[in-house]
Design a protein around this ligand. Sequence first.
Ligand SMILES: [Zn+2]
Length: 280
Amino acid sequence: MTRTPPPDAESRRAVRPVICYPTETLPQPPLDLYAASLAAATHAETVRVPPREARAVEIPAGSFLRIRSVEGPQVGDLNLFARDDLSERFYSGKTRALHGTHLTTGDRLWSGFPHLRPMATVVEDTLEWYGIDAFGGSVHDVIGTRCDPYTGRLLNGTDYHHCCHSNLTRALSEARGLPPHEAEMHVHDVLNVFMCTGFTRDTGQYFMKASPVRPGDHLTLFAEIDLLALLSACPGGDCGSEHSSDTAPCHPLDMEVWAASPPEGWAPPERNGYDRSHGT
Ligand SMILES: [Zn+2]
């Protein structure tokens, strides 16, 4: 049943929005120092992520992780952990609340409570030119979750074992020697690297469209703390048609680690200072 709008509906709709979390007081990353450090960085290792699989790599604090498109358009699903503490992991929801729906140069990837500190900072994004398109789409989102076999079963009644959730589970299981069921509990909502997404204006539904990424494009992160990164080459490929199947053409992704001298005056950020008394 459609309800009749109240007489003052238009004036209620016309109330201007306010930004939930103004970021003027957020400490700004020293991007100039990071850029200088990156310019002098040396290549340490490359881990190639095969299509429809995930791989792990460790990045020491003060070094860089560059995720590179190779061979063809491909989306990657990224999980981040503190290298020595799996309980500290990337918090896409708070990152979204602070920086918006899509990340680019200067934005940070924050860890969850009670840590809430920058785990990494985006220092290079070759897709920064894309901006926000006519559909409201943009790249590198923190609005999706990760493709997973549970939603496939819910919607289609079928099982597919190479969704990003399962790929990340296997990669963490192998990297840390955990049984898959235990590793799965640490897998979390991702940064959708290179993925082009938004919400439809008429129905508010999550949409994806073919990524503008091309071989050579890359996203470079500065590691603010010692990191364990997991990256899945999504079975959706460029995510222009469907995921959760073997239908889409898929390509590998490279994770390059670049070693660098930490920037002058930089130190890994402290954990959040709240005393955790919660009013008790
Ligand atoms: Zn995926």
